[in-house]
Design a protein. Structure first.
Length: 467
């Protein structure tokens, strides 16, 4: 027994070098082993879609944490790590990305930036949306406030990319997806932007629909300015199409007495319904002013300027809005130009003749109804007649030679009376005017050409005598 103790006492000190050697071997070999396991474990996950993946290796045990986007994906990722040669145990700390119900995403634009918010179903889609926003918005700051979530409807990324194209057409506003419902609001950047967005929404992926489209368009503006110094009327702004453009330009040419029409109009979609039916009579009212400005903004018509006499101002203020389509508003700011100095009979005749040389009083064919396009000329004749306070004036009606003599005689008389009625309605004394019809008995040109006939169909103002 005593000998055995002596042998044991000699044995155990020999284990110390072995322990030291084992510790050194463990210390020198474990870090490379762990690094190798970590590298191979991460490599096993290269084709797996995960978020916030983290790997820790202790010896041959692996702690694995990550956010997965499906249960199958989560299980597959854990199994891939467990299958790595050399891994003894996997501590599974994976979890599923939270599900979003409803699945909501948004893009909001203000003056300086676009902010992407809500949920994105995958990191790759999130990155793709950010890249598309930066590329399509030309240097505008793009802020990412998206979270990753499950629950996206099929083809979500296609719908979101289409909506990002629309955010570029907004001056400010917001587009949203809630499950498969799409909503838009804001102000379009350009005329036609609202229509372009509505057209694009027809290409939403299958299953998606528009819940609300409250995108507004910039005001649709048409303007006309009558400049008495330059003797011009300048048209600016927008018209719906080339046909309306041509109709408005033609109407302006007929309604304005001596002004040159400067046409700077551009065609654009977005015009309110009834646009031409409001603009054409409004131009006729502007033509009656000595100077003025017409502004048509959406369905609101503003007309400001100076009428030639008080009755004309009253007529324009009260009457123009009645000619507009339903839903249009008229805001007149009409004053009256100070009366010009009186003139004698000789000057009066010259002024009247000069006006009628520039334009003719027009009537409906075969009738005594005055064409509205002649209102500007008639107002100038009224203003001149007011300056001729000491003379009487014969209103002489003439026709061409077509038709029966009796009919032409009667028509010339009725047309002369219609002009007289206009002057009296303007506030002039009826006693100063004598309507006379001459039929076709006093032609200015031959009746064998259309041009000659047109010259013969006329109203003359003839100063007869003083009072």
């Amino acid at each position: 027994m005593h000998g055995l103790f002596r042998w044991s006492s000699k044995w155990w000190p020999g284990t110390i070098p072995l322990a030291v050697l084992w510790a050194i071997a463990a210390w020198t070999s474990t870090p490379p082993l762990e690094a190798d396991l970590a590298a191979r474990s991460n490599a096993a996950l290269k084709d797996t879609v995960l978020d916030k993946a983290r790997m820790a290796v202790a010896g041959r045990d692996v702690t694995f944490a990550a956010d997965a986007f499906s249960e199958d994906g989560r299980r597959s990722a854990v199994a891939s790590v467990e299958a790595v040669p050399g891994v003894r145990l996997v501590d599974d700390q994976t979890r599923l990305v939270p599900e979003s119900k409803p699945f909501a995403w948004s893009a909001e634009r203000d003056v300086v930036r676009v902010t992407l918010g809500g949920s994105s179903p995958l990191p790759a889609i999130r990155n793709r949306l950010m890249e598309a926003a930066r590329a399509g918005l030309g240097g505008v700051e793009v802020v990412d406030r998206m979270n990753l979530a499950r629950g996206a409807p099929p083809r979500f990324d296609n719908a979101a990319l289409l909506l990002l194209d629309q955010i570029g057409k907004l001056k400010d506003g917001k587009v949203t997806i809630s499950d498969t419902k799409v909503s838009l609001s804001g102000m379009a950047r350009d005329l036609g932007g609202r229509e372009a967005i509505a057209a694009a929404l027809k290409n939403l992926p299958e299953g998606f629909s528009v819940a609300a489209n409250e995108v507004k368009a910039p005001p649709y503006v048409f303007q006309a300015y009558k400049d008495p110094v330059a003797v011009t009327v300048t048209l600016t702004g927008y018209v719906p199409d080339n046909n309306v453009h041509a109709a408005i330009a033609t109407a302006a040419g007929r309604k304005f007495l001596r002004e040159k029409v400067v046409d700077n109009l551009k065609a654009s979609v977005g015009a309110p319904a009834g646009f031409a039916n409001a603009v054409v009579p409004a131009l006729g009212a502007l033509a009656r002013l000595s100077t003025g400005t017409l502004v048509v903004s959406d369905r609101e018509v503003k007309l400001s300027g100076d009428a030639l006499y008080e009755a004309a101002a009253v007529q324009i203020r009260a009457g123009l809005g009645k000619d507009f389509p339903q839903g249009w508003q008229f805001k007149p700011e009409i004053s009256v130009r100070p009366a010009a100095a009186p003139v004698d009979a000789t000057v009066c005749q010259q002024l009247l003749a000069d006006l009628l040389a520039k334009a003719k009083i027009r009537f409906e064919s075969g009738r005594a109804t005055i064409d509205p396009d002649s209102a500007a000329l008639l107002d100038r004749l009224v203003e001149t007649a007011m300056r001729c306070s000491t003379v009487n004036i014969e209103i002489a009606g003439h026709t061409d030679a077509d038709g029966e003599v009796a009919f032409n005689q009667e028509l010339s008389e009725r047309r002369a009376q219609a002009v007289t009625d206009y002057l009296v309605k303007a506030g002039l004394p009826a006693s100063r005017f004598t309507p006379v019809g001459y039929g076709s008995t006093q032609p200015l040109a031959g009746n064998d050409t259309d041009e000659g006939k047109a010259q013969n169909r006329r109203i003359d103002f003839v100063v007869r005598k003083g009072e």
